[in-house]
Every structure is written in structure tokens, then in C-alpha cells.
Design a protein around this ligand. Structure first.
Ligand code: CP
Length: 323
């Protein structure tokens, strides 16, 4: 693996899942793999889980992680080619990224979308410029359109749960991604990425449910059943993934505040004793009720815990490829 930006960087998803779960059972199995190597974690946006889990993952492999909060501590970066830098940006990524390439062996970057211009956000300019100029492997810690470490974690968690169930010959799990209300416009990254990974995994019946006008980019959802009928979508679900996203077509807007879309215990009744997932952070009693989050149906803490093993498997793959 050279970079980790999307599911397309993974050659064997099952092997990557197996590797992550092996690290969960034995975190220090490859303690010398990253010895004398450094990983840079660049944050242009806030984070708790991604920041901590990726540092722990790197340390488990013997690497030294260095976190740099570009948004707070760094110079304002320019990403446009041939920019006349007479405004607020101080340093071009063309100058900054190669220096980071000298300091680190792997570079990880978190950049959120502006949600103002769809074409700009979906061009993934920020992360692509780092790939172009850093000269070392790049891992996405969430980009403008995707959150691959989160999605790998989600698939790992689903596999872990399925392994603990009695297998039913010939049956496929039903996974439902359901839109939830939120107070502010959020990126489509997690929903895009989860859809991309579940479709690529191909071992589940996948349903996406959202209010009208909340369609995601078909490049990620193609293969899923899409419906605006949440009640019908939830019937027989084994996993319910709850997530808000802003509109894609009329980009970055909130059309629906309808509290009816919040996931409650009542709504879980027609499911197949579904496990409830969310990438976190979550707005309690807006996206999901307290009752659901505090119930045995919720596996959000297990899911967030698995962020370490997903990151460790990816870093390990990149280190092994670079040998
Ligand atoms: N799920 C997730 O990426 O969490 P953080 O924003 O806290 O990293």
C-alpha cells in the first residue's frame, strides 16, 4: 500500500480486516516494524478519536508520532497552483510538503470540506497536493469527501460482531445507513465513505435511507437500495449506522430539521435486534436518543475503540510496502 486515501488503495480488504483484528489480540506483535521511523499527523480541523487512535497505533508499531495542528500553530497554507499569494496565505503547500517529506516517513492529514463549493471540495485539492509534493506515503485522517480510517473501522466492527453470532447458511446481513437530524451542515464524508466500503466489501444487503433531496454522490452509493422510507428501511436490519450529512446536490445545505428522523428504541423494534453504530461525536437526543446510545444495542464505544486497530493495520501495510 502506497497511500491510504480511499477503499481503492486496499488490494485485499479481508486480509486488512484480519490484520487489524490480529493487532487487537496482540497489539505489540510488530513493535519493531516502525523502529526509528516518524509519522506526522497534520490537523487542519479538530479531532479526538482520529488523533489519539492514530498516535497509539503508530506507537504500537514502534514509530514516533508527531502531531502538528496546522490550523492553530502553523502558517496558513496555500493550495492553488500558480496562486499570487498577496492574501492571507503565508506558505505554499509546494514548499511546505517536501519539508515534511524530509522530517517524516509517513504523513497523515485531516482536512474538512468548505461545504461552499462542491467542485472544489470533491476535487480533493488539499490531500492531492500533499500527495503530489510530500514525496512520502500519505494517509487520510478524513478528507473533503471521505473518511477511510473510519470506514475500515466500521467494517472491522461489523465483521467482529458477525463472528460473534451464530452463522445462518446463505443469509447476508442487512446494513442500513440512516440519515439523522443535526443543528449545522456537516460533510458527506462519513456517509460517502461508509457507502463506498460497504459496497466494495459486497457481503451485505445495503440500504440507505434519508429525507428527500439528501441524495449522496452516486459514485459512492451505487449498489445500495436507496429509500426515503426510514421505517421500511429499518425492517430486519442487523446493523443501523446513524449519520447526518448536508445536501449534496444543492451543496452544503440543511433542508430538513425533522426530529422524526432521530433514531429511537421504538424505531429499532422491527430490526433484527440491530446493533447501532455512529462514528462520533454524536449530538445526543438530536441524532440518537439517550435510550439507544445507553442501551446494549449501541456498539459505538467498541467501534471507536477499533479505530486503533484499523490505523495500525494501515500503517503496518505502508511500512511493509516501503521495506
Ligand atoms: N470519528 C472521528 O473521526 O472522530 P474525531 O473527529 O474525534 O477524530
Amino acid at each position: 500500500m502506497k497511500n491510504f486515501i480511499s477503499v481503492h488503495d486496499v488490494t485485499d480488504m479481508d486480509a486488512l480486516i484480519k490484520k487489524a483484528l490480529a493487532y487487537k489480540a496482540n497489539p505489540y506483535a510488530d513493535k519493531s516494524l516502525g523502529a526509528n521511523k516518524r509519522i506526522g499527523l497534520l490537523f487542519l480541523n479538530p479531532s479526538m478519536r482520529t488523533r489519539l487512535s492514530t498516535q497509539i497505533a503508530a506507537q504500537n508499531l514502534g514509530m514516533e508520532p508527531i502531531v502538528f495542528n496546522v490550523d492553530k500553530d502553523g502558517w496558513a497554507l496555500e493550495f492553488e497552483e500558480e496562486a499570487i499569494m498577496s492574501g492571507n496565505t503565508v506558505e505554499h503547500v509546494k514548499d511546505a510538503a517536501p519539508i515534511m517529506g524530509k522530517y517524516f516517513d509517513i504523513l497523515c492529514i485531516r482536512t474538512f470540506p468548505s461545504l461552499k463549493n462542491r467542485e472544489d471540495d470533491y476535487s480533493e485539492l488539499y490531500i492531492n497536493q500533499f500527495i503530489k509534493y510530500a514525496g512520502i506515503p500519505v494517509i487520510s485522517l478524513e478528507s473533503s469527501t471521505l473518511h477511510p480510517l473510519q470506514s475500515l473501522t466500521d467494517i472491522i466492527t461489523i465483521n467482529e460482531e458477525l463472528a460473534s453470532r451464530k452463522p445462518v447458511v446463505g443469509s447476508r446481513p442487512k446494513i442500513v445507513l440512516t440519515w439523522a437530524p443535526h443543528v449545522k451542515p456537516l460533510p458527506q464524508c462519513v456517509a460517502n465513505s461508509f457507502s463506498q466500503w460497504v459496497n466494495h466489501w459486497g457481503k451485505a444487503d445495503f440500504v440507505i435511507t434519508h429525507p428527500e433531496d439528501y441524495e449522496l454522490d452516486e459514485r459512492f452509493t451505487k449498489g445500495a437500495t436507496i429509500t426515503t422510507d426510514q421505517e421500511d428501511a429499518l425492517k430486519g436490519a442487523d446493523f443501523v449506522y446513524v449519520k447526518n450529512w448536508s445536501t449534496y446536490k444543492d451543496y452544503g445545505k440543511i433542508y430538513c430539521y425533522d426530529a422524526e428522523w432521530m433514531l429511537t428504541m421504538e424505531k429499532l423494534k422491527p430490526t433484527n435486534n440491530a446493533k447501532v453504530m455512529h462514528c462520533l461525536p454524536v449530538r445526543r437526543n438530536v441524532e440518537l436518543s439517550d435510550e439507544v446510545l445507553d442501551s446494549k444495542s449501541s456498539i459505538v464505544t467498541q467501534q471507536a475503540g477499533n479505530r486503533v486497530w484499523a490505523a495500525q493495520a494501515v500503517i503496518s501495510e505502508i511500512l511493509s510496502s516501503a521495506k
